[in-house]
Design a protein around this ligand. Structure first.
Ligand code: SF4
Length: 698
């Protein structure tokens, strides 16, 4: 054995949606590192975060005692809060007192103003069991459907389009199917950074001869392996995809049999596509029509073509339209339902798929069953023994608006950091400070926790048992590896204690009790049991009976829509909400770094990761740096209509002229002070991938 360690525990990586299985290597109850296991998604591979990104859980900043805001300390005063020394704002409390204060504040608002004056944000970083219980608490204890999580800022628009057209929001095939494809399209996604292990499958497929088509205005490392790299103008995906489809229709490359047997509304789409020739769209997209024609032919003639997309598609005011186009492209060429084909929106968070499946979203009950359908609602009212609000709830950004209007007065936030992650973050922070009562449950005193009345110290992923569901629909088993620090508690226990104080008679003694209830509520996972996961570590859904191996490929025969057909929905051109002008001439886009996870609350507390990327940087094309009279390493001010930040310049030749990129993980230069909170009308997702800014030398 390895002399550096004294124990090993098998679990799953807590960072991205790839869901790599790993083994924690532990000495003296500390995780030193992890090794990859032969999970279905990762086949023994891990990226740098999965290997070294765990010392955040042992960081001295971990919350270890419940905290209550001191009397007389204003919430607006959070700017002066030092997370390492919270005692200027908070005092320590016993669990009993903290839970009472937390629950009483929620109860008071519920009983005086009604359930819809409350809202909850759950987390895509916790387990399925935690997400399920959290939404059940909000629905049956608060009495509202105002429950949401970061999926709203992630793939809400993709899911809206998928449900509308093919009846299911999940991926149609695991990303590993790239190995069986001869054409792979990666659009609005930078997998080398965001889904590093998935990217290795794409790269290997390309090396073995698959044609890789990358569409990305920012440019990326995977383009080295690409047959086609389309660096379109930002925000022009609908024009680009419609022009590809225009060529496919005009050149008679559609799959007539597939269209006839499996789809509807194709004629409407054809009529719509007439105006979108690649020549007509060239001025919009900036892409040579000859290349568009080639790409259209390559995609349509593929034996098996698969499409992967990410936030570059979803985080736009036309995010739903972008996805509608990708789905149409796939349907018209019959590139779905067979090995090597399909539609795969790469899910970002480790458990954003699972949290959405168990209904941590305002419009659905578990398994995407509408809250507004009286038959379904009655079924759940019986199942949960509580009456449910018949109206769908508000989404993340709508909740911020409702707080500003005085319609929502209290919130419970578990493991999310809207004070960093929401677009137009000044507006979101102002909302948090306006709440009568805010309960935050987290590992650290996050930017959001600073606004709380009560802060509850929670458990990190390697400290608990639970299941998570990755981007491939694989439900996987996570296991507690190390003890919690101080008086930190299991999230499941905390949720249940709040629930009891709100009058719910809950008695779950282990995550497996919750999982058992989930399998009763959710047809998709009916055949998966806790014991089975203990033995197999991962089972893919849909999985309908105990012996069912689960279905990696769906839509093989028909679609889960009312008539079994997939539907073409035409998309028109809508420009981004905020167009660059003389005052704000530059397009700002945002995203992650390989080393840092989202708002940085975990990875910036991991020594190895923070050492590689220690400070905020703006990626700028060299020609823009020169025009500024600056050089790499200089400090600049980036300003939008909503805020400004100071940040150092990094030269990045991949980024196209007129555009800059800033990662959103740095609190000291929070890019969401700048981003636009304009919403896609269908998915209610904000346009964080496009806003207008200016850049000045400091
Ligand atoms: Fe973890 Fe994702 Fe990296 Fe795998 S690819 S090790 S799941 S962060």
């Amino acid at each position: 054995g390895d002399h550096r360690i004294d124990r090993e525990v098998n679990s799953v990586c807590p960072f991205c949606g790839v869901g790599c299985q790993l083994t924690f290597k532990i000495r003296d109850d500390k995780i030193l590192f992890a090794d990859g296991r032969n999970g279905p998604a990762n086949e023994e591979r891990l990226c740098i975060k999965g290997r070294f990104g765990f010392d955040y859980i042992h960081n001295p900043d971990r919350l270890t005692v419940p905290l209550i805001r001191k009397e007389g300390v204003a919430k607006a005063d959070v700017a002066n809060l030092d997370p390492a020394n919270p005692y200027t704002h908070f005092r320590e409390a016993s669990w009993e007192e903290a839970l009472d204060v937390a629950a009483n504040g929620l109860k008071k608002v519920r009983d005086t103003k009604g359930g819809n004056a409350l809202a909850g944000f759950g987390s895509a970083k916790g387990s399925n069991e935690e997400a399920y219980l959290f939404q059940k608490l909000v629905r049956t204890g608060f009495g509202t459907n105002n429950v949401d999580h970061c999926t709203r800022l992630c793939h809400a628009s993709s899911v809206a389009a998928l449900l509308e057209t093919v009846g299911s929001g999940a991926v149609s095939a695991p990303f590993n199917e790239a190995e069986n494809a001869d054409v792979i399209m990666v659009i609005g996604s930078n997998p080398t950074v965001n889904h590093p292990v998935a990217a290795t499958f794409f790269k290997n497929a390309a090396k073995k001869g698959a044609k890789l088509i990358i569409v990305d205005p920012r440019g990326q490392a995977l383009s080295r392996h690409a047959t086609y790299m389309l660096q379109e103008k930002p925000g022009t995906d609908v024009a680009l995809l419609n022009s590809i489809m225009h060529v496919i229709v005009a050149d008679g490359l559609t799959d007539e049999t597939y269209i006839k047997e499996h789809t509807e509304n194709f004629n409407a789409l054809c009529a719509h596509l007439k105006d979108f020739s690649p020549e007509a769209m060239e001025a919009v997209t900036g892409i040579d029509p000859a290349i568009i024609r080639e790409v259209a032919h390559v995609f349509a003639k593929a034996k098996a073509a698969i499409i992967f997309w990410g936030m570059g598609i979803s985080q736009h005011v036309h995010g739903t339209d972008n996805s509608r186009c990708l789905i149409s492209l796939s349907l018209m060429t019959g590139q779905v339902g067979r090995p090597g084909t399909g539609l795969h929106p790469l899910r970002g968070q480790n458990n954003v798929q699972g949290a959405s499946d168990v209904a941590l979203i305002p419009m659905f009950l578990p398994d995407y069953q509408s809250v507004e359908d009286p038959v379904i609602r009655e079924k759940f009212e019986k199942f949960w023994g509580a009456s449910l609000d018949p109206k769908k709830g508000l989404t993340v950004v709508e909740i911020t608006e409702a707080i500003h209007k005085g319609e929502i007065n209290a919130m419970y936030i578990m493991g999310e950091n809207p004070a960093m992650s929401d677009p137009n973050v000044n507006h979101a922070r102002e909302a948090l400070s306006m709440l009568d009562h805010l309960v935050v449950q987290d590992l650290f005193l996050t930017e959001t926790a600073a606004y709380a009345d009560v802060v509850l110290p929670a458990s990190a992923w390697p400290e608990k048992d639970g299941t998570v569901t990755n981007t491939n629909r694989q439900v996987q088993m996570g296991r507690a590896a190390v003890p919690m620090p101080g008086e930190a508690r299991q999230d499941l226990w905390i949720i249940q204690e709040i629930a009891r104080r709100l009058g719910l008679n809950w008695n779950y003694s282990h995550p497996k009790d919750v999982f058992a209830e989930m399998t009763q509520a959710m047809h998709s996972i009916r055949g998966i049991s806790w014991d089975r996961l203990e033995a197999e570590d991962a089972v893919i859904y849909p999985c309908e009976s105990p012996g069912d191996p689960g279905q990696p490929l769906i839509f093989t025969k028909d679609f889960p829509t009312a008539n079994g057909l997939g539907k073409f929905v035409p998309a028109s051109l809508i420009s981004p909400d905020e167009i660059p002008d003389a005052e704000f001439p530059v397009v700002l886009t945002t995203g992650r770094l390989l080393e840092h996870w989202h708002t940085g609350s975990m990875t910036r507390r991991s020594q190895v990761l923070d050492a590689v990327e220690p400070e905020p940087i703006v990626h700028m094309p060299p020609v823009m740096i020169e025009e500024l009279g600056a050089k790499a390493g200089d400090l600049v001010t980036v300003r939008s209509r909503r805020g400004e930040i100071d940040i150092r310049v990094r030269a990045d030749g991949a980024v196209q002229n007129g555009m800059i990129f800033i990662p959103f993980c740095y609190a000291e230069a929070a890019v969401n002070l700048l981003t636009n909170d304009a919403l896609d009308p269908f998915g209610k997702i904000a346009e964080v991938k496009f806003c207008a800014v200016n850049v000045e030398r400091k």
